[in-house]
Design a protein around this ligand. Structure first.
Ligand code: NAD
Length: 258
């Protein structure tokens, strides 16, 4: 588990099933945690757990900046769990733009702008770890919730693309892809049918293992009854220069400030 001695952690969606379990684990280990959530019960959940609370809608970059500031006020920011997410089950015939934009706003913007907000604070802390909650639905296309599936796949691509340059600056970025977990988000039909579900605490333990590992840029799969595993992506054929003795030169892209 990640060592947060003297530092702080930010958990988005920390009032819900998985985020709440992560918060509980961290506080039991003595960490200082801030929950960022929009649920009306979130202040009570935070108070019960002994966490700080800020009302922050992760689809709004300014709210994420404020959430990072609230965590940093408690100590150098060493860990951010970008976890808030929503499902969006709707047929293509019935979908409207607001629902589509909301799903992208929470599930994808919330991670992108969460990373953007956390980065300067983690650099000030001398380094840190970010774990985003993706989903198995980001690796295995989910026809029952295509928008959700697309946002979770985008989170994986974001982590794989941004992970290496962030690592060079001392910040380790990974994501976790759980199968169905027993939280308010899971359809009750699955629970009723006896489908094997992860507990929120199993997911929380996996999140904290990933946060404490030396890895970066990985998508970890967690399924009931199986070991936590980093997914190994098959290779993709690369561009071949006309003169096949010469490999293509990849230019350095300096848009990420170190
Ligand atoms: N439960 C599952 O089966 C499962 C499986 C794979 C991945 N996930 C992912 O795990 C994460 C946590 O989900 P959960 O299962 O704990 O669900 P949950 O519904 O119990 O918790 C989600 C939390 O996010 C908060 N939230 C929603 N929109 C927000 C916003 N705009 N700003 C801030 N907070 C917001 C909610 O208030 C809630 O507290 C999500 O990203 C979800 O997609 C869940």
């Amino acid at each position: 588990m990640i060592d947060l001695t003297g530092g702080s952690a930010l958990i988005t969606g920390g009032a819900g099933g998985i985020g709440r379990a992560v918060t509980q684990r961290l506080i039991t280990a003595g960490a200082s945690v801030v929950i960022a959530d929009i649920d009306t019960n979130a202040p009570a959940v935070a108070a019960q757990l002994g966490a700080g609370y800020i009302r922050a809608d992760v689809s709004r970059p300014a709210d994420l900046d404020a959430a990072v500031a609230a965590a940093e006020a408690r100590g150098p920011l060493r860990f951010a769990h970008l976890n808030a997410g929503i499902s969006s089950i709707v047929s293509l015939d019935d979908v409207d733009e607001a629902l589509y934009r909301r799903a992208l706003g929470v599930n994808l913007d919330g991670v992108f702008w969460g990373i953007r907000a956390a980065l300067p604070a983690m650099r000030r802390a001398g380094g840190g770890a970010i774990v985003a909650t993706s989903s198995l639905a980001g690796l295995v296309p989910q026809p029952a919730d295509v928008i959700y599936s697309a946002t979770k796949a985008a989170v994986i691509a974001l982590v794989r693309a941004l992970g290496p340059p962030l690592r060079a600056g001392g910040v380790r970025l990974n994501c976790i892809c759980p199968g169905f977990a027993d939280t308010p988000m899971v359809p009750s039909a699955l629970r009723d049918a006896g489908f094997p579900l992860l507990t929120a605490h199993e997911v929380a333990d996996a999140v904290l293992r990933v946060a404490g590992s030396d890895d970066d840029s990985q998508a970890y799969i967690l399924q009931p009854g199986r070991e936590l595993t980093a997914y190994r992506f098959p290779g993709v054929p690369g561009a071949r220069a006309p003169d096949s003795t010469r490999s293509a030169v990849v230019p350095d892209v300096p848009w990420i400030q170190r």
